[in-house]
Design a protein around this ligand. Structure first.
Ligand SMILES: Nc1ncnc2c1ncn2[C@@H]1O[C@H](COP(=O)(O)OP(=O)(O)OP(=O)(O)O)[C@@H](O)[C@H]1O
Length: 256
């Protein structure tokens, strides 16, 4: 089974055949100004409707990998495909609507929670109704009492859920999450995890999540990418992490 999953995920690209992957990454490479390879020929297929966890030692390139997927840095053309289309050929704002991102710490805009949730659609000239805002809040596990609160009245966990509702207002097909719960207490963490699992189940959302918590990955991910020194060294199911063969991966997992 592991081999099958690995074979599927790492299947060599055939031109014109996108095999149902939501995102395909091909030889994604990033070299720093000082000529250091931050990412080195990363290849992976991210199937539609899965939660993919990305783990690895600090500085291994996890955030850099994630940020390429919605062009927070510009990957080389021909290295990242969304539904078979090179993301470099897409309008960057519409790409970021389709591929939404949530960071470690939520940064809310001035104004109320409702203003925040309405922000994205408003940029496209669409005003969300109160009912639509309430629905998005509910989707992020926030009740209607949050509607008119300001950012300053919220805990970090609540603010993170507002940030999630704001991202969901853009109706993304993919969610990129960079350690979204590392600043949260266990209950807020569980709230976010529950929402993510629900988004996957109910909406077929594709989710790519960088996490330092192996336990979290084991709770919610369907597949795990292990990144070491800018390279994907293993792609495993969460319950097979102990079977990782790469020496650095083994050391990392033992220490985690
Ligand atoms: N724009 C950049 N220019 C130069 N070096 C960079 C740049 N972005 C990242 N790096 C370096 O690339 C390496 C990978 O960084 P990245 O933040 O992707 O790692 P990470 O695995 O997410 O780390 P962490 O777990 O600590 O957040 C680090 O050594 C970092 O200093």
């Amino acid at each position: 089974m592991a081999d099958e999953a690995e074979e599927h995920l790492l299947a060599a690209p055939e031109s014109g055949n996108h095999g149902g992957a939501k995102i395909e990454v091909r030889d994604l490479t990033k070299v720093s100004d000082k000529d250091v390879r931050i990412l080195n020929k990363v290849n992976v297929d991210i199937p539609k409707g899965v939660i993919m966890g990305v783990i690895g030692p600090s500085g291994s390139g996890k955030s850099t990998f994630l940020r390429a997927l919605n062009r927070l840095w510009e990957p080389a053309s021909g290295s990242v495909f969304l539904d078979g289309v090179d993301i470099c050929e897409l309008d960057v704002l519409s790409l970021r609507r389709k591929v939404g991102m949530l960071f470690q710490l939520p940064a809310l805009f001035e104004g109320t929670v409702a203003d925040n949730v309405r922000y994205g659609p408003q940029l496209r000239g669409k005003k969300l109704s109160d009912g639509e805002v309430y629905k998005l809040l509910a989707l992020a596990d926030l009740d209607s009492s949050f509607y008119s609160k300001s950012g300053g009245e919220l805990s970090v966990g609540q603010a993170q859920r507002v940030a999630l509702a704001r991202t969901l207002a853009n109706e993304p097909e993919v969610l990129l999450l960079d350690e979204p719960t590392s600043a949260l207490d266990p209950i807020s963490t569980q709230n976010i995890e529950d929402v993510l699992v629900k988004l996957k189940k109910d909406r077929g959302m594709t989710i790519v999540m960088v996490s330092h918590s192996i336990k979290q990955i084991q709770r919610i991910a369907d597949v795990v990418c292990l990144l070491v020194n800018g390279e994907i060294v293993e792609i495993l199911e969460p319950n097979q992490l102990s079977e990782a063969k790469h020496p650095m991966a083994q050391t990392f997992l033992q220490l985690s």
